[in-house]
Ligand binder design. Structure first.
Ligand SMILES: *Cc1c(COP(=O)(O)O)cnc(C)c1O
Length: 430
């Protein structure tokens, strides 16, 4: 058998479907973020300066002096690694402190840290659901891959409810009957469309029909709520959600994931989840850095406010230029392209001609026909970066013959800047 040929064919299939992915070789500059050096393929010795517009380090905490300082300090004191799984010898003081900080962030008795958000969903959902007798999992149809894997791994029966449709969720809860164990799993903020779940209405239903709730707040922790506890904190429903899952890799700028819940739920997951038991713990460096980020954002809203303001400014400026920005109430700025190949071309043009880095978002991350550029402004983007972005996107749209949302196009830099400076909009953004 020609094993190599099989892998070649697999890659060729992706290429023919325009789904083959190429990564940009980037070198972030912590002190000058969102600036980075890009090394074009085959020209690694000729790096070019680019502006990053698609980072999930949403608040730029990855380069925050307090976070970097905590990482350096922990490396010097404790070394680079954790030394084992938590059961063998990997429980160290920085991870204990981090878990206390996370439990406090969400007003829960306990928290448990994992090596990634992906793993925390796999471990959390599968362990909780499999411990509940004959559990029925009710899962939002647009849930992230890590949640789907958690649901699968649990081996429990699953029903999908239409995205954010609480009437449909209620139908399924009624049909399941009052005596059956039920776990509702959903996200608070969906990262591709940037829409927000009706978390209070879901909590109402869970209470009414006796279901447990598990929410993924990955795209909201650090960024929403007075202390960065997420959408559930902002909506005042944290105490009505049983399990809150988050990442340390996006708003908190480092690496790792966690769940926060009652002491007994956390103890059960700690004791039963293979993806927690049999893998080395986060190292002290990462735990200390994440802990510094969580602590800082509990006390500081400056980053959150500027983040929201820059997202709003970006949306307004792109819309004013006639670019097809999808409407949503969050910090995500999706600009619709609708075709995989064009989306990749748009991304390539932005990088090569305009030194702007926005990775194309294609299937299977989003549905076919909804390919897009997913723009994520951070507090470190300046108004002038927004003006450059508008000008670059208008050029790319014109070059590729992509449709503008409105007939009146405002491609001029001066006007884009005027939009950014428009006082009423600034007020609205604040
Ligand atoms: C990114 C993501 C995760 C995984 O988090 P990592 O820490 O990156 O592994 C989980 N859920 C959602 C919704 C995500 O977008």
């Amino acid at each position: 058998m020609d094993y190599e040929a099989i892998f070649h064919q697999a890659i060729d299939r992706l290429k023919s479907e325009r789904r083959y992915r190429v990564f940009a070789d980037l070198e972030r500059d912590a002190s000058r973020f969102p600036l980075a050096l890009w090394r074009p393929e085959g020209q690694a010795d000729q790096p070019r300066e680019v502006v990053i517009w698609c980072s999930n380090d949403y608040l730029a905490m990855g380069g925050h002096p307090k976070v970097v300082g905590a990482v350096v300090h922990a490396a010097e004191r404790h070394g680079a690694g954790a030394g084992g799984t938590r059961n063998i010898s990997g429980t160290h003081h920085p991870i204990v402190e981090l878990e206390q900080e996370l439990a406090d962030l969400h007003g829960k008795e306990a928290a448990l840290a994992f090596t990634s958000g992906w793993i925390s969903n796999l471990a959390g959902i599968s362990t909780i659901a499999s411990l509940l007798p004959n559990c029925l999992i009710l899962s939002d149809e647009l849930n992230h891959n890590s949640m789907i894997e958690g649901v699968r791994r649990s081996g429990c029966e699953k029903q999908l409810w239409r995205h954010n449709d609480v009437a449909h969720l209620e139908e399924l809860l009624i049909a399941a009957g009052p005596d059956r164990a039920k776990l509702i799993v959903f996200e608070s903020l969906y990262s591709m469309d940037g829409d927000i779940a009706p978390v209070a209405a879901i909590a109402d239903l869970a209470e009414k029909y006796g279901a447990m709730t598990y929410v993924d707040e990955v795209h909201a922790v650090g960024m929403y709520g007075p202390r960065g506890g997420g959408v559930c904190e902002r909506e005042g429903v944290m105490h009505r959600i049983d399990v809150i899952e988050g990442t340390l890799a996006k708003g908190f700028g480092t690496l790792g994931g966690y769940i926060a819940a009652s002491a007994s739920i956390i103890d059960a997951v700690r004791s039963y989840a293979p993806s927690f038991i049999f893998t080395t713990a986060l190292p002290p460096t990462v735990a200390a850095g994440a802990c510094a980020a969580v602590r800082h954002l509990k006390g500081s809203s400056v980053e959150r406010e500027r983040h929201q303001r820059m997202a709003l400014l970006t949306k307004h400026a792109l819309r004013a230029a006639g670019l097809p920005v999808m409407d949503n109430p969050s910090h995500i700025v999706p600009v619709m392209v609708g075709d995989a190949e064009t989306c990749k071309k748009a991304s390539d043009l932005l990088l090569e001609r305009h030194a702007i880095y926005i990775q194309p978002i294609n299937y299977p991350t989003v549905a076919i026909g909804t390919e897009r550029l997913r723009i994520t402004p951070t507090p470190r983007h300046e108004e002038a970066h927004v003006a450059d972005l508008v000008e670059a996107l208008v050029d790319v749209w014109t070059t590729l013959g992509l449709p503008f949302a409105e007939s009146k196009i405002i491609p001029l830099r001066r006007e884009a800047e005027a939009v950014c400076a428009y006082p009423e909009m600034k007020r609205a953004a604040e």
